[in-house]
Design a protein around this ligand. Structure first.
Ligand SMILES: Nc1ncnc2c1ncn2[C@@H]1O[C@H](COP(=O)(O)OP(=O)(O)OP(=O)(O)O)[C@@H](O)[C@H]1O
Ligand SMILES: [Mg+2]
Length: 367
């Protein structure tokens, strides 16, 4: 007679074509029971609107029939998972980690940090992408000195590349129209999602997303709908910036998005003559936030004329003056971030495995 394990391993061969995952791991098999050769269970589909539902049901029946079972009682239901962000494996199987860069308020250097970190990570040999999610005021192309009109090949946008970093920005598409848009959060998040799925990213170790500034509708909707591995918070040492950084941390904590840590930008000025470090706005603010909220402190980036000039002229400091102490502050931060991401990714994997195991267990009949 057929066993529960045989039924489950046969059903495991049925794959949801949209999600590219087997139906047992997805937790779609419920209330499985076997009684005198009669196999009964519920197939819970993810949405009644899925065009593949009848294919899945047919494959399920075939999987059970292949075990020689003649008596199958199959109930098919659908449960829409509201607001469920697809996992990264489901959405972008070639991308290992998505790092979103956020700040409580605008102008703290979020884009400068995103651009230089992406370049620093690429210098270590990692495969890196940079997605400019600032749809209203995209500044990534300017900071990279990149004027491009991306090609479309086989319905996929080909991201232009700078020093090994693949880049996409609304700026490439505003180029002709000379206008930035005013969009509400859901539209922004729709465009960002399209940038994820319609761009030929290929294999990436890190996809950095430069989020729109603040804690408004746009960054919130993106954080809710995109499978982010971790958030990097950028702040400056001034009190106002730190107060709003605290607000941003609160928002991401509520959304259950892991926080990679806090980078303090424009921390100090280094005297070009004696190398004394002058903490214009006070020392240790970013570090204190990280201690108060028990999130790692990633490092300090100095306030430096060359960082400003590099951003404004399209020659990021990490590329144009790689040996300088300001470029090295980005390189150091990139290494700390990469380490933190490995930890978060390992924790996520462990949790996913535990959940998959639990859903398999729940598919088995209780003893
Ligand atoms: N460490 C730094 N030293 C000197 N200038 C800096 C530094 N970081 C950023 N800047 C300058 O500050 C300005 C704002 O930086 P940036 O555009 O990166 O901020 P942002 O947080 O992305 O702003 P927005 O909210 O508009 O997106 C730019 O002119 C940039 O060159
Ligand atoms: Mg910006």
């Amino acid at each position: 007679m057929v066993t529960v394990d045989q039924v489950l391993s046969s059903l495991k061969k049925v794959v949801d074509p949209e999600l590219n995952k087997d139906i047992v791991s997805m937790g779609m098999i419920k209330d499985l029971s076997i009684n005198s050769g009669r196999v009964a269970f519920t197939l819970e589909l993810t949405t009644p609107a899925c065009p593949f539902n009848s294919d899945i049901e047919r494959d399920v029946r075939a999987a059970i029939a292949s075990l020689g079972v003649k008596d199958l009682s199959l109930k098919v239901t659908a449960r829409v998972m509201e607001g469920r962000a697809l996992s990264l494996d489901e959405l972008l199987p070639g991308v290992k980690n998505i790092v979103a860069v956020a700040s409580g308020k605008g102008g703290v250097g979020k884009t400068t940090v995103s651009v230089n970190l992406a370049l620093s990570l690429a210098k270590t040999g990692a495969k890196v992408g940079l997605l400019d999610a600032d749809i209203y005021g995209p500044s990534v192309p300017l900071m990279l000195g990149l004027k491009a009109q991306p090609e479309v090949v086989n319905n996929k946008i080909q991201p232009p590349e700078v020093a090994g970093v693949k880049v996409i920005s609304m700026g490439f598409f505003y180029e002709q129209s000379q206008q930035a848009g005013i969009y509400r959060g859901p539209i922004v998040s729709g465009i960002v999602k399209q940038f994820l799925t319609d761009v030929n990213w290929g294999e990436l170790d890190y996809l950095i997303i430069d989020l729109p500034p603040g804690t408004g509708d746009a960054p919130l909707t993106i954080a809710q709908t995109i499978p982010i591995t971790g958030i990097l918070i950028v702040t400056t040492p001034q009190d106002v910036a730190m107060n709003v950084a605290v607000k941003a941390i609160g928002m991401f904590n509520k959304l259950n998005v892991p926080i990679i840590g806090v980078v303090e930008n424009m921390s100090f000025l280094q005297c070009p003559h004696c190398n004394e470090q002058i903490y214009l706005f006070g020392k240790g603010g970013g570090k204190k936030i990280s201690e108060d909220f028990k999130i790692p402190f990633i490092g300090e980036i100095p306030l430096h004329q060359q960082i400003r000039a590099g951003s404004d002229t399209g020659k990021p400091t990490v590329l144009s003056e790689p040996e300088s102490f300001q470029a090295q502050s980005f390189d150091k931060a990139a290494k700390v971030i990469a380490g933190r991401i490995s930890i978060i990714a390992a924790e996520m994997r462990a949790q996913e495995e535990a959940e998959a195991k639990a859903s398999q267990e729940s598919a088995k009949p209780s003893a």
